[in-house]
Design a protein around this ligand. Structure first.
Ligand code: ADP
Ligand code: MG
Length: 252
C-alpha cells in the first residue's frame, strides 16, 4: 500500500512576487520511480515550482509532500528548520549553472554534505564519492578541481554530488541548457541511466526530444498554471490546447 503513495505531491501551490502571481495553484503528483518532464515558456514558473518543492522558495499557499511527509508544515521556527533540512536531504537538485564549490576538489564537493550533514566518516564518504563518480563516468576526476572540468563534466559531478546524499528524488532545472551542444548528450545519458534505475525525477527541460524519450508524463506550464499534461505521446503528438500547440510549434 505504501508504494502507492506518491513520492512527491504538490497541492494547490501558490506563489507571488509582489503583484506578480508566479504559481497560480499548481497540482503535481509524482509516483515512486516516475519521471515527469516540465516544459513551458521562459517565465512560466517552472523554476519556482522546482524551488518550492525543495523549499528554496516558500509557498504562499498549498502543500508539498515528500514520500508521505508534508515538507511545508507549520512548526515553530527552530523545529521547522530541523524538519525542512531533514526533508531537503532527501531531494537532490541540479541547476542550470553547475554550482560546484570552485575551491574544493571534486571529492570534497561530493563528500562535504554526507560528512557535514550525515556525520559520515571521511573515508566512507570518499568511497561513496568514488562510487557516485563511477556512475557518472568520472571516477578518474576525483581529485580534480572544477576549473579543470568541462561544463558537461561539472554537471555530471553535480549529479554525483546530489546522488551521494542518497536522495529519494532528483530535481533537474534545465541541467543542460548552459552547456555547449556537444556536451548535452553526456549529461542526458546520466539522467537516462538514473531513469533506468527507477529514480523518481522531475526534469525541467527545453529539450523536447529528450523529454519525449525519458519522461513518463509531460507537464506543460504557462503563466503559472499547468495548461496540459499527458504522456509524451499525448502531449507531443496530439496536444489538446492551442497554447500547447503554439509552444511546441517553435521546436519543430
Ligand atoms: P521559468 O523557470 O519557467 O522560466 P521562473 O519560475 O524562473 O520561470 O519565473 C517565473 C516568473 O517569476 C518570472 O516572471 C520571473 O521573472 C519571476 N521571478 C522569479 N524569481 C523571482 C524573484 N526572486 N523575485 C521576483 N520575481 C521573480
Ligand atoms: Mg527556469
Amino acid at each position: 500500500m505504501n508504494d502507492m503513495r506518491p513520492m512527491i505531491e504538490v497541492r494547490g501551490a501558490r506563489k507571488s512576487y509582489g503583484p506578480l502571481e508566479v504559481l497560480k495553484g499548481i497540482d503535481l503528483s509524482v509516483a515512486r520511480g516516475q519521471i515527469i518532464a516540465v516544459i513551458g515558456p521562459s517565465g512560466s514558473g517552472k523554476s519556482t515550482l522546482l524551488r518550492s518543492i525543495n523549499h528554496l522558495e516558500t509557498l504562499d499557499g498549498g502543500e508539498v509532500w515528500l514520500d508521505g511527509v508534508q515538507a511545508n508544515q507549520k512548526l515553530e521556527r527552530r523545529a521547522f528548520e530541523r524538519h525542512i533540512n531533514q526533508v531537503r536531504q532527501q531531494m537532490g537538485m541540479v541547476f542550470q549553472h553547475f554550482n560546484l564549490f570552485p575551491h574544493l576538489s571534486v571529492a570534497d564537493n561530493i563528500t562535504i554534505a554526507p560528512v557535514k550533514l550525515k556525520g559520515m566518516a571521511r573515508d566512507k564518504a570518499r568511497e561513496l564519492a568514488l562510487k557516485m563518480l563511477d556512475k557518472v563516468g568520472l571516477a578518474d576526476k576525483i581529485d580534480a578541481y572544477p576549473a579543470r572540468l568541462s561544463g558537461g563534466q561539472k554537471q555530471r559531478v553535480a549529479i554525483a554530488r546530489a546522488l551521494a546524499m542518497q536522495p529519494k528524488v532528483m530535481l533537474f532545472d534545465e541541467a543542460t541548457s548552459a552547456l555547449d551542444p556537444e556536451l548535452v548528450d553526456e549529461v542526458n545519458l546520466v539522467m537516462k541511466q538514473l531513469a533506468s534505475e527507477h529514480m523518481t525525477m522531475v526534469i525541467v527541460t527545453h529539450e523536447m526530444r529528450f523529454a519525449a524519450e525519458v519522461a513518463d508524463k509531460v507537464l506543460f506550464m504557462a503563466d503559472g498554471a499547468v495548461v496540459e499534461e499527458g504522456t509524451p505521446d499525448e502531449l507531443f503528438s496530439n496536444p489538446k490546447q492551442e497554447r500547447t500547440r503554439t509552444f511546441l510549434r517553435k521546436f519543430l
